[in-house]
Design a protein around this ligand. Structure first.
Ligand code: ADP
Ligand code: MG
Length: 335
C-alpha cells in the first residue's frame, strides 16, 4: 500500500476522539471556554443525557462575527501566543470546538459587548457556513446536537442516558467548586435542576459537598517554595467508601492525579482505615512554568516539575492540620 495523507475529516475525527470521549467531556470543554471568556453566569441545558442536545449559554466576552469561523478551525485559539509553559487559561490548544464540530452538529452564536448585533454559524460535516445575524443580547451560546450520530462506533460505547446525564452533573460540580463567584445552572428534561448561586467558597462547598462538610473539615493554608496549598480536608471520622469526594485543582483546573491521591492517602494513613477515603478539596497554586498541563488533550492530567515538593507540601500541611485539630493515630479509633 502506498503512503498517503489522511483526509481532513478523518484527521479531525481522530483528534476529536481524544478530546471528546462522551457528552460530559463536551460540557467540560464548553464550560471551560465560558470561564476563559470571563463569564459570571453559565447555563447548561441537556437532553437525552447530552446525546441529543447540549446547550451552554454564557455572559462572557463573546466572539466577533468575523472570528466565528476561526473559533471552529483546528489549532486556532485566542489564548496562547507561543509559550506552552505559561498557560493561565483553561483552554490553550484550539481543539475543542473543531473536535466537537467534527462529531456533532455545532451552532455557535455570539455577541461581544458593544456589538450591534449577534451572529451565528453552524458547522456540520466539516462545512462551516458564513456568519449570519441572530438574536442574542450578549455573550455566547454553543449548541451541540446529535453527538456521535455520525460515528456509530463511538455512540455504542456511551452509557445509558441516565449515566451520561450523571457524568455531566459530576463534571459541572467539579468545575463549579473552583469558581464559586460564577453562577451555574444545569437543567433539562433528563434531570432535576442544579442551581449553584454565585457566592463564596464556603457556600459553594456546602452546595457541592453537603452542609455538614464545613463542620467536619479543617482549613488548609500552607506554602513551600512558591507553591501554595489551600482548601479543606475532612476529619478522619467524616470518611467515604470511595475517592469520588476528593477534588483537586491546579491553578483552578480540575485535575486527576495519582501523586495527589497517593499523597492524600499517605497523610491519612495513620488515622483512617485503609478501605476508607477522606473528603478533600485541594487548591494548588503554582507558577505555570512549574507544571505541564499539556500531557493529554483533555488537560486533566498534570505533570509537576518538582512532584516531590508538592507531595511533601500536601502531606506536611494535612498532617499538621490534623494534629492541630487534636487528631492523633492512637485516639482516632482507626482500625
Ligand atoms: P481553546 O479554548 O483551546 O482556545 P477552543 O476550540 O475551545 O480552543 O475555542 C477556540 C476559540 O474560540 C477560543 O480561543 C476563543 O477565542 C473562542 N471561544 C470559544 N468559546 C468561547 C466563549 N464561550 N466565549 C468567548 N469566546 C469563545
Ligand atoms: Mg477551549
Amino acid at each position: 500500500m502506498p503512503i498517503r495523507q489522511l483526509p481532513e475529516t478523518v484527521i479531525d475525527r481522530i483528534a476529536a476522539g481524544e478530546v471528546v470521549e462522551r457528552p460530559a467531556s463536551v460540557v467540560k470543554e464548553l464550560v471551560e471556554n465560558a470561564l476563559d471568556a470571563g463569564a459570571t453566569r453559565i447555563e447548561i441545558a441537556t437532553a437525552g443525557g447530552g446525546k441529543t442536545l447540549l446547550r451552554i449559554t454564557d455572559d462572557g466576552c463573546g466572539i466577533a462575527p468575523e472570528e466565528l469561523p476561526l473559533a471552529v478551525r483546528r489549532h486556532c485559539t485566542s489564548k496562547l501566543s507561543d509559550d506552552l509553559f505559561d498557560i493561565r487559561t483553561l483552554g490553550f490548544r484550539g481543539e475543542a470546538l473543531p473536535s466537537i464540530a467534527s462529531v456533532a452538529r455545532l451552532t455557535l452564536r455570539s455577541r461581544p459587548a458593544g456589538a450591534e448585533a449577534a451572529h451565528e454559524i453552524a458547522v456540520w460535516n466539516g462545512a462551516v457556513e458564513a456568519p449570519r445575524p441572530a438574536a442574542l443580547s450578549r455573550g455566547t451560546v454553543v449548541e451541540v446536537r446529535d453527538l456521535f450520530q455520525a460515528v456509530p462506533a463511538r455512540l455504542k460505547f456511551l452509557k445509558s442516558e441516565r449515566a451520561e446525564a450523571g457524568a455531566i452533573t459530576e463534571i459541572v460540580r467539579r468545575i463549579a467548586l473552583a469558581f464559586p463567584a460564577v453562577r451555574f445552572e444545569l437543567t433539562g428534561p433528563d434531570r432535576s435542576p442544579l442551581v449553584l448561586e454565585a457566592g463564596g467558597i464556603e457556600a459553594r462547598m456546602a452546595a457541592i459537598l453537603g452542609a455538614d462538610f464545613a463542620g467536619n473539615a479543617i482549613a488548609l493554608d500552607a506554602s513551600r517554595e512558591g507553591v501554595r496549598l489551600t482548601g479543606h480536608v475532612g476529619l478522619p471520622t467524616f470518611n467515604r467508601g470511595n475517592a469520588l469526594h476528593q477534588f483537586a485543582y491546579v491553578n483552578g483546573r480540575p485535575v486527576r492525579d495519582k501523586m495527589l491521591a497517593s499523597a492524600l492517602r499517605a497523610a491519612y494513613a495513620d488515622v483512617m482505615a485503609r478501605d476508607r477515603h477522606p473528603v478533600a478539596v485541594l487548591f494548588i497554586e503554582i507558577d505555570p512554568a512549574d507544571v505541564d498541563v499539556n500531557v493529554h488533550p483533555a488537560k486533566a492530567d498534570v505533570r509537576f516539575r518538582d512532584g516531590g515538593l508538592v507531595r511533601g507540601l500536601l502531606i506536611g500541611a494535612i498532617r499538621q492540620a490534623l494534629s492541630g485539630a487534636g487528631i492523633r493515630p492512637d485516639t482516632s479509633g482507626a482500625s
